[in-house]
Design a protein around this ligand. Sequence first.
Ligand code: NAP
Length: 275
Amino acid sequence: MAMQAVKAHGAEIPAIGFGTWPMRGETCARMVSEALKIGYRHIDTAQGYQNEADVGAGIAASGVAPGDIFVTTKVMPERTSKALLVGSVEESLKKLRRDQVDLLLLHWPNPKIPVGETIAALCEAKRLGLARHIGISNYTIALTEEALRVATEPLVASQIEYHALVDQTKILATLRRHGLAIIAYCPIALGRVVGNPVIEAIAKAHGKTAVQVALRWLIQQGDVVAIPKSSNPDRARENFGIFDFALSEAEMVEIATLKRPEHLVNDRSLVPAWD
Ligand SMILES: NC(=O)c1ccc[n+]([C@@H]2O[C@H](COP(=O)([O-])OP(=O)(O)OC[C@H]3O[C@@H](n4cnc5c(N)ncnc54)[C@H](OP(=O)(O)O)[C@@H]3O)[C@@H](O)[C@H]2O)c1
């Protein structure tokens, strides 16, 4: 089975991406290069991670043609005004050593700046050719609906916390109604899927690990992209090894029963008021 891509509003996003938070410096560059050698073709970074230059260095060191790699970066909330957004993306591109990112996301809503202003600036960045595609991250249902209403360019994806243990039913329904790709951050719940009895039993039946099953469950939904992070080459390889098996319908449903609203794992100070 080849690596699949999620299609949304003209974008084709490789279903597994390599997460880079909180790696920086030599570790980040080395792991990005390593991930590309393993076969990853999608790298997830952000202005706020302060590692865009390291990601650029890792891509250069990998020997993989930059044009074959889908790169996502995200604009810091402080830079999402009309005055700052485009300039901030130009800075990101210099660090990443690219003319364009494949996907430009707003990392977080900024309550001090009207959604209309931010979305207009994001669309402007796309019109200027700085991004092939644009989208949002950590936007609740109301903010997502508002962003979609005012956008003059298609929003192709939303990046949210999503994994087998958390209940994101409501936001997922909204994103699906509008045909957005769902990019799952914390896709292995920071490793907490390991040891879950249901996931472990399914993993044993397939000769796979719990992490591989948790990632397979996400991407097998068809409209979900998972971006696991690892600073360990063996684990990065393990996380990529999910295209040679499939879960049955019954296994997909069984894993879906694990979700609980209280199982959010991202840093509490960074959790939006999810619906
Ligand atoms: N948009 C947003 O606001 C937002 C928020 C959070 C994250 N993100 C993005 O999403 C990416 C992924 O999220 P995340 O890093 O928070 O969570 P994650 O990918 O669910 O978990 C990463 C953790 O799991 C460990 N791990 C990785 N592979 C493993 C394996 N095979 N077995 C056991 N443990 C394993 C890693 O440790 P080792 O490194 O030691 O392997 C690390 O501690 C981030 O890197 C970032 O790019 C975006």
